[in-house]
Design a protein around this ligand. Sequence first.
Ligand code: ZN
Length: 221
Amino acid sequence: MLYIDIHTHKKVAHSGTIFVRNAYDFLSNDSLLNLGYPISVGTHPWHIGDDFLLENALKYLENTIGLDPVYQIGEIGLDRKRGNFQNQLKYLEGVWEINKKYQKPILLHLVGAEYDIIPWIRKANFPIIWHGFYPKGDLVEKLLVFRGKLMVSLGKKIFLSKEEISAVLRTLPFDMVLCESDNSGIPIEEIYQRISMVLELDSMELKNIIWNNFNKLRKYE
Ligand SMILES: [Zn+2]
């Protein structure tokens, strides 16, 4: 069974891994088609500043979203520490509209906007992946209603988790869990190992769970 790395900025050489690489929003359709592996496209919230060209960004998405290698949209999202928050919201609005028809998974980057995103998840008719998830407050509890539509992707932050955070993560249903290396450079097997420790799961069992979750994302309707 293969490892799944649902979000990485690097090309993964490991043949035992299916990975989705972040391609941002500037490669031509030809280049995207020639990469030879699944990708995600979209405008990162850090690249959405005061002079953001919303129409261009949405046009890029419209032109690429239907391409075969475009497995998901992302990372996109909201970041209260970088970029222009109002423009980030306008971009989300546009993406939600375009993706109504395609229903591709959307991978979210969220900083300081963990609660702002809840109405957006509610109205989505497509799967959502919360990238680099780290629980705070009553967030996990609030997100449980989205089981079946929302998955959280655990990555390098899981190495920071203390016992209380681990206990919160263990309240997540297993069918909401994915795994990512992002830009960490940590091999995906090591992140899996750490997750199986935190969730108190046998490593084969975890591999199986994430494999099934990945397949569910692809069959989402
Ligand atoms: Zn990333």
